[in-house]
Ligand binder design. Structure first.
Ligand code: AMP
Ligand code: MG
Length: 349
């Protein structure tokens, strides 16, 4: 199939572009579009055949549910069986924005959208293109990240094209995304509420609104769950083609350890890439080092993380060694992505 690409102004989306994309959605097609987190691959969430095209295009396992994107809190009442007060408080504080709420689903949501689960995940994005597209389509849009299953998530339209050209109807190119990691997923059907995936809204911010909030063990990305609560937890995610090692621990010892590992691999004739922070970039001699951003600015690291993984893949390195960063604020989401991308190949310095 032919995939069309249309440029769109990320702040003031051209009405004709949005009308065209909304027509594709209403007719049951697939559209990749920018959100404030990463690019999403959208289809009409209430049309099972359209949602099937998302699973096909991404080669996504059928047991991994999709997030339903809305442009109005009122949709919660139609998509969820019951809307608890916590959901309204969170929506009031964080919507539109990078927070996804998991609630018991209503009969209106097709089984394929939730991969057969009794719950539905809902979010209102704040990107003007995403909001305009949902509004113009007049229906909720199911949209997982617009990458092939298992690959690093797309933060530019070029990343989307790399993975999905010829597999979807339309790509809206609105430039690079702002946050760079996906939304936080919080399960409001468990008590206390549980974070299934850390993301753009931090644990600290959620505790300000809810008081008690639990972190699902898999949300730390420290070990593979035996009985995953969110089916997405059990697959290797975000992974570059190269083997990835994450080195964590004492910030003074991490660069020393990385240089030591890099030297070892280079002696074996392997091409080594290093994911460094600005502060340590100059300390690496034994590999192609690229910076993710400053250790003092985890927001920038979040914005860059998926792009630098793809960049080192393009460089054709065999192995990537990454510096761990502190798990504060959005740093928790970054470490969750890095650990999963490494397949839990973690070394302590
Ligand atoms: P993606 O944004 O592409 O990474 O995919 C959506 C994420 O939300 C995946 O990790 C899903 O497993 C998770 N998710 C979607 N719906 C549900 C649900 N009903 N319960 C738990 N997790 C969900
Ligand atoms: Mg994804």
């Amino acid at each position: 199939m032919a995939t069309r690409v249309l440029r769109v102004n990320p702040r003031r989306p051209e009405p004709w572009v949005i009308r065209e994309a909304a027509r594709v959605i209403r007719e049951g097609g697939t559209v990749a579009f920018p959100t404030e987190t990463v690019y999403g691959l959208g289809a009409d969430a209430l049309n099972p055949e359209a949602v099937g095209k998302i699973f096909w295009a991404k080669r996504r396992p059928a047991d991994n549910p999709l997030i339903v994107h809305v442009d109005d809190v009122a949709w919660l009442g139609r998509l969820a069986e019951r809307v608890p007060g916590e959901a309204l408080r969170l929506a009031e504080r964080f919507w539109p924005g990078p927070l996804t709420l998991v609630l018991r689903k209503s009969g209106e949501v097709p089984d394929i959208t939730t991969a057969g689960l009794e719950t539905v995940a809902v979010r209102m994005p704040r990107h003007p293109v995403a909001l305009a597209l949902i509004r113009e389509s007049g229906r909720p849009i199911a949209a997982p990240s617009a990458n092939l299953a298992g690959r690093p998530s797309p933060t530019t339209a070029q990343h989307v094209a790399e993975d999905l050209m010829g597999r979807i109807d339309l790509i809206l190119d609105g430039g690079p995304t702002e946050i760079g990691v996906e939304s936080t997923v919080i399960d409001l059907t468990s008590h206390p509420p549980q974070i299934l995936r850390p993301g753009g809204v931090s644990l600290e911010e959620l505790r300000e609104v809810l008081g008690e909030v639990e972190l699902h063990p898999a949300a730390l990305g420290k070990a593979e769950e035996r009985r995953p609560k969110s089916p997405g937890m059990k697959y290797r995610h975000y992974a570059p083609r190269a083997e990835l090692i994450v080195v964590e621990g004492d910030p003074e010892r991490v660069p020393v350890k990385i240089e030591e590992i890099a030297r070892g691999y280079r002696a074996l004739g392997r091409r080594v890439g290093i994911l460094a922070t600005d502060e340590n970039l100059g300390r690496y001699r034994s590999g192609k080092a690229v910076s993710m951003g400053s250790r003092r600015d985890p927001e920038t690291i979040a914005r860059n993380i998926f792009g630098v993984l793809r960049e080192l893949d393009r460089e054709g390195v065999d192995i990537i060694i990454a510096e761990g960063i502190p798990e504060e604020g959005i740093g928790l989401a970054v470490m969750n992505r890095l650990r999963k991308a490494s397949g839990f190949n973690i070394i302590r310095a």
